[in-house]
Design a protein around this ligand. Sequence first.
Ligand SMILES: *Cc1c(COP(=O)(O)O)cnc(C)c1O
Length: 424
Amino acid sequence: MDYKIETNCVQAGYEPKNGEPRVLPIYQSTTYKYDSAQYLGDLFDLKVEGHMYTRLSNPTIECVEKKIAALEGGVGALCLSSGQAANLFALLNIAQSGDNFVSASEIYGGTVNLFAVTMKKMGIEVRFASPKDSDEEIEKLFDERTRAVFGETVSNPALDVLDIERFARLAHSHGVPLIIDNTFATPINCRPFEFGADIVTHSTTKYMDGHATCVGGAIVDSGNFDWAGGKYPELSEPDESYHGVTYTKEFGKAAYIVKARAQLMRDLGSQMSPIAAFILNLGLETLHLRVERHCENAMKVAKFLEDCDDISWVNYPGLASSPQYELAKKYMPHGICGVISFGIKGGKEAAVKFMESLKLAQMVVHVADARTSVLHPASTTHRQLSDEQLISCGVPADMIRMSVGIENCDDIIGDIQQALFNAK
Ligand SMILES: *Cc1c(COP(=O)(O)O)cnc(C)c1O
């Protein structure tokens, strides 16, 4: 039965049989028991499906993987210990030393470091493309060792909306997949596979968990990309570290996720824990309700700020004044995310005073949980930079990033009003 996404948030992934627990149990076990050595041998040979060891798979985590795959409309998913691990594995699964990939330049700062510093040390080169560049300019970044294209649906924290269809076309015309980090939009607002993306990644730490309780990540495969074309011998030729299994031949559409699990998770770890998967599942059960309220509140706050004399600028792709508005309408017609950014008149000093005057909204480094929170990048995450450097990296000194929560919006706006008054 094909259910709608709201139903899948609540129910997908776990189907108890007669007399079994109604609620997804936490299988807090690293290990599993077998009746015969033959069965265990077959498990090791990937001939039968089942659990061997919780680094590779676990019944609680498996149910959450099935739910996330259903939400994105994919054929399979792999949960990981963090969003960072998810993006690393998504690329490492199809690229090796000497290879390169193209990435949109407006992406999460942690991902920039992962790509430009740590993956570079592994011999995998990132080539950044500004979405403002022409197709011809971006085409120049590809060569015969290019293995993927990467971007974020809505970027953190710049809130740029990626033209997914355009990036999918560029990727596919060079025979490589498009990987989309869908953390901010969530599958409630955008399902990148419907626009041609091949792989989706998530920091489940954000809206999916939604309560700021567990760090986690996920990779989802659409099953649509053909890995057998010759560029991905690790998938289409025998894996000697797995007694010659050929993932594309033996697992068909599931090849990419099976390889990420059987090879990368086996060798590198980074698995999600069963209890984290249980907590993530609780978050997912209300994802559709929370995301809707986050977006509704963020839109109201953005409109309020736009009309407010003390505010110099507001960046939210849902505002008709935003240069991102048309792209946002196409890719996320029902809502974008709860994060907005704005500048306050009076610069850095006024921004700090304003933030310290907020009562309901609290200063945190995190975004995308139920509670409204704020961050002033210029005095925290970017505090080593001069005012000129701040402007050149897109973080003006007066910029405040607000993650609008799911409280009553009148209270959120009231808090902003009193803080603006007190910051004067
Ligand atoms: C937070 C974040 C990440 C990193 O995820 P962690 O769970 O913190 O490791 C990756 N991408 C985006 C878009 C993020 O917001």
